[in-house]
Design a protein around this ligand. Structure first.
Ligand code: BTN
Length: 290
């Protein structure tokens, strides 16, 4: 059942013709209004667009637009799109933008995030995305939804979601792609090579029109709600992440090609692994821009 949210727009900040939802208590009131701010909501601004080059750049544009007319700490902004023409993945790789999948960027005011150490943030993001995916698969779908360090989401051994994190001034831009309807053919060699992909629909999820927007919104809302009370204990992040982790899936060190087996997550977010070639343990540090 869906109840109507009470939405108070504090300011109309854009003339953008976008499908915008302003939120209260986790319930969405979808409108075709201009982008606005819902007072008291975890997610301050939600914008859904039919097509963008990249939601990362769109988020940057919306942040500038907001800064021009609003106070600097005006909360979590999120923008999603039905299709993405020039999506970017980690390490400069491309990210397929087929309509029916989820393309989302959530902008978090970095200085307001209380979690320390900050290197745990990307891991926490993974623990917020994975349940949103798992809960939409047909049950029982037979494959475990799990996290590959730091925050790829896998179904079985195949990748269904990836996260790209960038800084923009004081904002942490969390870019999330989810293969809801389609799994791209991922190259096994060359600059764009990566893990084999799957889609949620291949595991029984509803991927009909409108579901990408609903899933994008649910993920954005989960992240914004977490960000509002982000004085998370580091041990809880480590425990939550470890419970969801894909401990059986070997990782390949990108530069060397060496296979490593994950062993445990350190309290600062580094992953302890065992190298297949030498049998020695090693700590992996994810590359982030903060
Ligand atoms: C990865 O390589 O695993 C990360 C993929 C991140 C893709 C998302 S889709 C929404 C946002 N916009 C982009 O251009 N990239 C991210």
């Amino acid at each position: 059942m869906r109840s109507t949210a009470v939405v108070v727009f504090a300011a109309a900040v854009s003339s953008l013709r976008a499908r915008t939802a302003a939120l209260s208590s986790g319930m969405a009131e979808f409108t075709t209004a201009t982008t606005g701010r819902a007072v008291g909501s975890a997610l301050a601004s939600w914008t859904w667009l039919p097509e963008v080059n990249s939601t990362m750049e769109e988020a940057r544009r919306l942040l500038r637009e907001r800064a021009a007319v609003d106070d600097p700490s005006s909360g979590v902004l999120a923008v999603g799109a039905a299709a993405q023409l020039a999506g970017r993945g980690t390490r400069g790789r491309a990210w397929l933008g087929a309509p029916g999948n989820v393309f989302l960027t959530v902008a978090l005011p970095f200085s307001e995030l209380k979690l320390r150490p900050r290197r745990l943030l990307p891991l926490r993001v993974g623990t917020l995305i994975a349940p949103q995916i798992a809960s939409r698969l047909a049950a029982p779908h037979g494959r475990r939804v799990a996290l590959k360090w730091p925050n790829d989401v896998l179904i079985g051994e195949d990748k269904v979601s990836g996260v790209l994190i960038e800084m923009d001034g004081d904002d942490l831009l969390v870019g999330i792609g989810v293969n809801l309807r389609y799994a791209p053919d991922v190259p096994t060699s060359g600059a764009d090579r990566g893990r084999r992909a799957t889609s949620m629909s291949a595991h029984g999820a509803d991927a009909s029109d409108g579901t990408a927007e609903a899933l994008a919104h649910a993920i954005a809302h989960a992240i914004a709600t977490w960000a509002r009370g982000s004085d998370d204990a580091p041990e809880r992040v480590v425990d939550d992440w470890s419970a969801l982790a894909s401990w059986d899936a070997q990782l390949q060190l990108r530069d060397e090609g060496t296979l490593v087996a994950p062993l445990s997550l350190e309290s600062d977010g580094r992953l302890r692994v065992r190298r297949q070639d030498t049998g020695q343990e090693q700590l992996l540090v994810a590359e982030y821009l903060y």
